[in-house]
Write a protein that binds this ligand. Structure first.
Ligand code: TXA
Ligand code: MG
Length: 338
């Protein structure tokens, strides 16, 4: 299949919308990461997303719309707390899971009776949804198991020949996937941390539960709240080991292990003290920049031929919880306490 690379002119947005209307697949920019979009109401188009990504058949997709009004036909009811969070955080990087209506094909939800919905804030994503007039199912636009794409080039690297088009909207501001919260329990449950933090959510709707799988590997025999939790994620070719310790302990350990192929995935301040090639992902106390840079940093380790990467453990506060969650998965939960 030929993959068109489109820009964000009105004419190209129309082309993207036409491809979606006729059942095709288009990678689109959002404020979090690029998404691989298809008409959420077209079961065959949705199936093709799973094929293009090599995605497991039981890992459901997020449906993207431009306003809360467009959600009504997709769910059986909208809980009051959804309105409260929508008022504060939509459009934006928050995904809410509700009971699905019959309109949503089982292909989107992988047979589950709930559907994940997000109202993105990115102008290009919104224009494409509006021009197509469709709810768009879209997982991250990467090959499953790899690192989520934060630039059009990442999508081109992963999906050329597998999708109809890629819309180049520059790099994604947030850089990590949306916060995912299950809203059909009496106490809502955080399933994936993101830019909208637990503290921000609790300031609007009160106490929420936090799923154990956010910071821990899933235990054998335990059914995950979100199917995505059980799959390998963000795994670069290089082996990643996270080092937990202060500046000095981190730099000393890396310098003592400065063999061929060893790289540091570190904070900006660490680089001058290290004797190995460094890929920096933001300043020590700047979790938002760490979030924005992490996925590009993970991809560039492989491009530079890193074999073993010692990563600096970020703080798990605020947006940092999302950074730690993604880095733990990239490292397959390998952490050394210094
Ligand atoms: O920021 C984002 O969320 C991006 C952009 C494109 O919107 N999308 C994204 O999609 O990250 P994906 O497919 O990579 O992650 C969706 C996650 C998966 O872990 C999936 O298992 C979970 O949401 N999920 C989707 N529907 C669900 C449901 N009904 N119940 C529980 N988990 C669900
Ligand atoms: Mg993904």
């Amino acid at each position: 299949m030929e993959t068109k690379v489109l820009n964000t002119t009105a004419q190209h947005i129309d082309t993207a919308a036409e491809i979606l209307k006729s059942g095709g697949l288009v990678a689109i920019p959002t404020e979090t990461v690029y998404g691989l979009a298809a008409n959420a109401l077209n079961a065959q188009a949705v199936k093709n997303i799973f094929v293009a990504k090599g995605r497991a058949q039981d890992n459901p997709l997020i449906v993207h719309v431009t306003s809360i009004d467009e959600i009504k036909p997709l769910v059986t009811e909208i809980p009051e707390k959804v309105y409260m969070l929508a008022e504060k955080f939509w459009p934006g990087p928050l995904t809410m899971i509700m009971k699905k209506s019959d309109l949503v094909p089982g292909e989107v939800t992988c047979g589950m009776d709930t559907v994940a919905i997000r109202v993105p804030s990115h102008k290009v994503a919104r224009d494409i949804i509006s021009r197509s007039g469709l709810p768009l199912a879209a997982p991250s636009a990467n090959i499953s198991g790899g690192v989520s794409p934060t630039t059009a080039q990442h999508c081109i690297d992963d999906l050329t020949g597998r999708v109809d088009a890629i819309v180049d909207g520059g790099s994604c501001d947030v850089g990590l996937e949306s916060t995912v919260i299950l809203m059909c329990n009496p106490t809502p449950r955080l399933l994936r941390p993101g830019f909208i933090t637990k503290e921000q959510i609790e300031s609007v709707i009160g106490k929420i539960d936090v799923d154990d799988a956010i910071l821990n590997p899933l235990k054998d025999g335990v059914k995950p709240s979100s199917p995505g939790m059980k799959y390998k994620h963000y795994s670069p070719n290089a082996k990643v080991v996270i080092l937990e310790g202060d500046d000095k302990a981190y730099c000393d350990y890396v310098n003592q292990h400065a063999d061929e192929g060893v790289f540091a995935l570190c904070f900006d301040e660490d680089a001058k003290q290290l004797k190995v090639p460094c890929i920096c992902y933001g300043e020590h106390k700047d979790e938002k920049t760490q979030a924005a840079k992490l996925f590009s940093a993970l991809r560039s380790m492989d491009e530079k031929g890193a074999k073993l990467v010692f990563a600096r453990m970020p703080k798990a506060d605020g947006v940092g919880l999302a950074v730690v969650n993604r880095l733990l998965r990239a490292a397959a939960f390998q952490v050394i306490n210094l």
